[in-house]
Design a protein around this ligand. Structure first.
Ligand SMILES: Cc1cc2nc3c(=O)[nH]c(=O)nc-3n(C[C@H](O)[C@H](O)[C@H](O)COP(=O)(O)OP(=O)(O)OC[C@H]3O[C@@H](n4cnc5c(N)ncnc54)[C@H](O)[C@@H]3O)c2cc1C
Length: 471
């Protein structure tokens, strides 16, 4: 890393907020005004709204991520984790991918570490659950689901087959409803290539403790989303939780028990727990407490935004909802990042800070090919769309929101190819252990015992023969 005399702006996290904030700062900064350092354990930003489509194979996984070093050529990008912050010394501790941790001084700090899956101590969940926060999980889920079809197609054991063809999803918010919608569509579509697996052999179960799914699009569209999924054969259980899933035996608190190899956990997110080591003021649910300017409460050189921050929702507050906070979504993350970037520049130059305010523009959700729901807010009007039109809205909105021209083109190219070529249904489960086969081929062969040394029985026989000859 560079050791220049320029002030350092340290951006912790290269996700939505980190990437956009760093880009904004670099765009507005004068040449040589500061060093921008972005630290993230991954070398790429993930466009999470496309994870369900990556899991369904509609978009190539590599096109859902944006390489940080390529899009931030003027920044210093470090691949590692920020583990602690010492505010008195203005020093962060970085744990790189390999090697010893080291300290990095900073002058200005941006906290953009996002959220992690919110889990509960449910027996079996840690061992069996599959999350949906990163591209690795989306690829893993896709391979795993297709592998279950391969297994079911090739076994004669009815219990093994039933377990393989049962898929349980816990959490019916955006991430959960979109993921089950996409994966169910892909899996049932793939059934046509299997002799012993039919569409109707698969069982999909969606569970949520709330009394509705897709709360982001409002009660009516949420109800439509539920009925739509049920119409496709998905069993939806509301006001229901999962009590345990040890060895894939799922027990729901409504009395239902099913065996499943696939338990997808999308029951919400919580702020990154690493924040607790940073000594920053945290809100009741663990978010960094920020002012309307995105400055962390009580500081003038630290900013936070996105899923790890508790930002007052000024637009909702002005409309009468006094205690509103910005919900954790990409819509806010993107806009907050831009204001944050401007405020870092202003802070560095001693200019006043801008207040963040953004009125909700609605939400779009894809539920599989040509299916979706969308709510578009235009002033006081809420336009509700469903089915194919909503799905087009979903694709148009996210296609345009995907960072960088390069990725936009690749995503639209994937969609266009998908219209003419059939969906890819190959399972590459072996990706998770790519060296296994080579190891089997290359490991030293065991010494052939007979040639090197006679086996004990043969030795005894030879001795007996010698004795017989001598007598
Ligand atoms: C499946 C799914 C679907 C979604 N769909 C939608 C949608 O349709 N519409 C919508 O508006 N929103 C959607 N969202 C939410 C949206 O993606 C998030 O709100 C947004 O990504 C938040 O941005 P962020 O920068 O706060 O966090 P992230 O984008 O998660 O970035 C956080 C970054 O911090 C890094 N990090 C973590 N720990 C450390 C550390 N110790 N040191 C350094 N870096 C660290 C992480 O690696 C990551 O790159 C979806 C989310 C998911 C999971």
């Amino acid at each position: 890393m560079s050791t220049t005399e320029r002030p350092r702006i340290l951006v912790v996290g290269g996700g939505y907020v980190g990437l956009y904030a760093a880009r904004r700062i670099l765009k507005k900064m004068r040449f040589g005004e500061a060093t921008v350092t972005v630290v993230d354990p991954r070398s790429y930003m993930t466009y999470q709204p496309f994870l369900p489509e990556a899991a369904a194979g509609s978009i190539s996984p590599r096109h859902v991520v944006v390489p940080l070093r390529r899009v931030l050529p003027k920044a210093e990008v470090l691949t590692g984790r920020v583990t602690t912050i010492d505010q008195d010394r203005k020093v962060a501790t970085i744990a790189p991918l390999v090697g010893e941790a080291y300290e990095l001084p900073f002058d200005y700090l941006v906290i953009a570490m996002g959220a992690v899956s919110r889990t509960f101590p449910i027996p079996g969940l840690a061992e069996q659950g599959i999350g949906m926060k990163g591209i690795e999980e989306a690829i893993g889920l896709r391979n795993h689901v297709l592998e279950q079809l391969d297994k079911a197609d090739s076994t004669t054991d009815e219990d093994v087959r039933r377990k393989a063809l049962t898929f349980v999803f816990v959490g019916g918010g955006f991430a959960g409803a979109e993921t089950i919608g996409e994966v169910e569509d892909m899996a049932r579509d793939a059934a046509k290539y299997y002799n012993n697996v039919k569409r109707e052999d698969m069982r999909f179960v969606l569970v949520d403790v709330a009394d509705k799914i897709l709360p982001e699009v409002g009660p009516k569209l949420g109800q439509y989303g539920k009925e739509h999924l049920e119409g496709r054969g998905v069993e939806v259980y509301l006001k229901t939780g999962m009590d345990s899933c040890v060895d894939g035996h799922v027990v729901l608190n409504n009395g239902l028990e099913v065996d499943s190899n696939t338990i997808v956990w999308t029951a919400g997110v919580k702020p990154n727990p690493a924040l607790t080591r940073f000594g920053l003021p945290l809100g009741p649910r663990g978010h960094v407490d920020t002012q309307t300017t995105l400055q962390v409460q009580g500081t003038d050189y630290i900013w936070a935004a996105g899923d790890n921050a508790q930002v007052p929702d000024m637009a909702a507050r002005k409309a009468g909802n006094e205690n509103a906070w910005c919900p954790p979504n990409a819509q806010h993350a993107l806009r907050q990042a831009k204001v944050l970037g401007d405020n870092v520049i202003s802070g560095m130059r001693g200019f006043p800070q801008k207040e963040y305010s953004h009125a909700n523009k609605g939400a779009v959700a894809g539920l599989g090919l040509h299916k979706g729901v969308a709510m578009i807010v235009m002033g006081k009007m809420k336009i509700k769309l469903k089915g194919r039109l909503a799905w087009y809205m979903h694709r148009a909105y996210h296609g345009m929101a995907m960072p960088t021209f390069n990725r936009k083109i690749r995503v639209f190219a994937d969609w266009t190819l998908g219209m003419f070529l059939k969906r890819e249904v190959v399972s590459l489960g072996a990706l998770e252990a790519p060296r296994e086969e080579f190891y089997e081929a290359a490991k030293p062969a065991p010494k052939p015992q007979a040639a090197a040394e006679p086996a004990p029985a043969a030795k005894a026989e030879a001795k007996d023969n010698e004795k017989a000859k001598a007598s």
